[in-house]
Design a protein around this ligand. Structure first.
Ligand code: NAD
Length: 416
C-alpha cells in the first residue's frame, strides 16, 4: 500500500456507499465502520546475537455476525494498524461475496522477514501467535498466510497454539502444509477460482474462450497457475510479466515452458521468441482478457483509457484505482473485482478448516468441484445484483451482495 492514502478510510468509504445504495438503516454502517475488536501486541524476540528485540503486531476482527473471523497474517515493514483494519474489513466483504460462513479478520507484524534468520522468524511467529492466542481459535478467528508468511510459518503458529491449549488444533489456522492438515488444491485455489469466474463472465459478454487472447501481469502463484489453467481451456497467452520485465508474443506463449524458464533465470523477461514490452505494456495490450496478478494500484486513471481488454479479472488485491474503475465502466469493460475474482483462495481455506474440524480429508477433485460450485454461485449472485441496479459496475455489485448478507446476519441476531 502506498503512503499517500489511508486504506482504512477507503474501505469505510466503500462500505458507506454500499450501505447507502442498499438503503440500510444507519445502524449497520455504525457497527461495520470499525472492527469489533483490535488487539495490539508487543512481541519480544530473542535474536541470534543474544539481544532482545520487540516487534509490534496486530490482529483485527472486523465482524463476526456471519461466523468466526478469517484472514491472513502479513509480515512486512510497512504494516500499519489502519492497513490491518482495512484488510480485515475487506475480508468481511470477500467472505460475504462467496457466501462462506466467516466474518473478516486480518493480522500483521511490523518486521522485515528477509532480515531475520530462520530461527528468529520461528521465534517471532510463535511469540506473535502466543500473544494473540486468547482471541484466535477454530471457533473464533482463523488466520492464514498473507504477504511474506508461508506454510512453514502457519505450521509453527498451529504448533504454538496447540501447545498453549494442550490439544492438537489444526483448525486454528489454514494454509498449512498437507502433512499437518492442509487442503489439497489450496495452492491452485486462487487461480482456479479466478478461472471459474472468467468462464462465467465470458459466457455473459459473448466471449469465446477458445483462442481468446490473455495478458497477465505478475507470474507468481496466482498469475502463473491462471495462465496454465486458461491455456488448458484453449486461451492463447500472449503476454506475461514479473517485477523484472515482460514477455510478449502475439503467436502465443507456452505457460509451462515460460514457467520453467523463470524457474531457471528468475524472470520471464528474455523468454525465447518474446519481446519485452514492459509492465505497462502488458496492461494496455490488445487482448481479450487482462489479469492483473501482481500488486495494487496498477490500473490507474492514466492507464485505464488505454486498456483494450474486454474482460479484466483481478487476481491481485486492489489493482484498479476507483478513478480507473469509472473509466473502465464507461468504456464498457467488465471488471471482475478482487473480492470475487481471487476469493477462491479463502474459499479453499474454508474447506481446509472444514476438513480439520471433521478430521476427514477430501480428494483434490472433491475440493475443486466444491470450489466450482461456490464460485459459480458467487458470480451469479453478483451478476444478478449488477443487473438488478443496471447503473453499477461489478465491483459495486459485489460489495452490495456482501454487505447485504452481513446486514441480514446482524438483523436476525438483533444487533440493529
Ligand atoms: P507471488 O509473490 O507468488 O507473485 C507475485 C508476482 O508479481 C511475481 O511474479 C512478481 O515478480 C510479480 N511482480 C511484482 N512486482 C511486479 C511489478 N511491478 N510488475 C509486474 N509484476 C510484478 O504472489 P501471489 O500469491 O501470486 O499474489 C499476487 C496477487 O494476488 C497479490 O495481490 C495477492 O494479494 C493476490 N492474492 C493472492 C492469493 C493467493 O492465494 N496466492 C489469494 C488472494 C489474492
Amino acid at each position: 500500500m502506498g503512503n499517500d492514502f489511508n486504506p482504512f478510510q477507503m474501505a469505510q468509504a466503500q462500505l458507506k456507499a454500499a450501505c447507502d445504495k442498499l438503503g440500510l438503516d444507519p445502524g449497520y454502517y455504525e457497527i461495520l465502520k470499525e472492527p469489533l475488536r483490535v488487539l495490539t501486541v508487543n512481541i519480544p524476540v530473542k535474536m541470534d546475537d543474544g539481544t532482545t528485540k520487540t516487534f509490534i503486531g496486530f490482529r483485527s476482527q472486523h465482524n463476526d455476525a456471519v461466523g468466526p473471523t478469517k484472514g491472513g497474517i502479513r509480515f512486512h515493514p510497512d504494516v500499519t494498524l489502519d492497513e490491518v483494519k482495512a484488510l480485515s474489513m475487506w475480508m468481511t466483504f470477500k467472505c460475504g461475496v462467496v457466501g462462506i460462513p466467516y466474518g473478516g479478520g486480518k493480522g500483521g507484524v511490523i518486521c522485515n522477514p528477509k532480515e531475520l534468520s530462520k530461527s528468529e522468524l520461528e521465534r517471532l511467529s510463535r511469540n506473535y501467535f502466543r500473544a494473540i492466542a486468547q482471541i484466535v481459535g477454530p471457533e473464533k478467528d482463523i488466520p492464514a498466510p498473507d504477504v511474506y508468511t508461508t506454510g512453514q510459518i502457519m505450521a509453527w503458529m498451529m504448533d504454538e497454539f496447540s501447545k498453549v491449549k494442550q490439544f492438537n488444533a489444526p483448525g486454528v489456522i489454514t494454509g498449512k502444509p498437507l502433512i499437518i492438515g492442509g487442503s489439497r488444491g489450496r495452492n491452485e485455489a486462487t487461480a482456479r477460482g479466478c478461472m471459474y469466474v472468467i468462464v462465467e463472465a465470458a459466457a455473459k459478454i459473448g466471449l469465446s474462450l477458445e483462442g481468446a487472447t490473455v495478458a497477465i501481469q505478475g507470474y507468481g502463484n496466482a498469475g502463473r497457475i491462471a495462465a496454465e489453467l486458461l491455456s488448458g481451456l484453449g486461451c492463447k497467452i500472449v503476454a506475461v510479466s514479473d517485477s523484472r520485465g515482460a514477455a510478449y508474443n502475439p503467436a502465443g506463449i507456452d505457460p509451462w515452458a515460460i514457467g520453467q524458464f523463470k524457474d531457471t533465470t528468475g524472470t520471464v523477461k528474455g523468454y525465447p521468441g518474446s519481446e519485452d514490452i514492459g509492465n505497462a505494456g502488458v496492461l494496455t495490450l490488445p487482448c481479450d482478457i487482462l489479469i492483473p496478478a501482481a500488486l495494487e494500484n496498477q490500473i490507474t486513471a492514466a492507464v485505464a483509457p488505454e486498456v483494450k481488454a474486454k474482460l479484466v479479472a483481478e487476481a491481485a488485491n486492489g489493482p484498479t484505482t476507483p478513478e480507473a474503475d469509472k473509466i473502465l465502466f464507461e468504456n464498457g469493460i467488465m471488471v471482475l473485482p478482487d473480492i470475487l475474482a481471487n476469493a477462491g483462495g479463502v474459499t479453499v481455506s474454508y474447506f481446509e478448516w472444514v476438513q480439520n474440524l471433521m478430521g476427514y480429508y477430501w480428494t483434490e477433485e472433491e475440493v475443486n468441484d466444491k470450489l466450482h460450485q461456490v464460485m459459480v454461485q458467487a458470480f451469479s449472485n453478483v451478476y444478478n445484483m449488477y443487473q438488478r441496479y443496471g447503473d453499477i459496475d461489478m465491483r459495486t455489485a459485489a460489495y452490495l451482495v456482501a454487505v447485504e448478507r452481513v446486514a441480514q446476519a446482524m438483523e436476525v441476531r438483533g444487533w440493529v
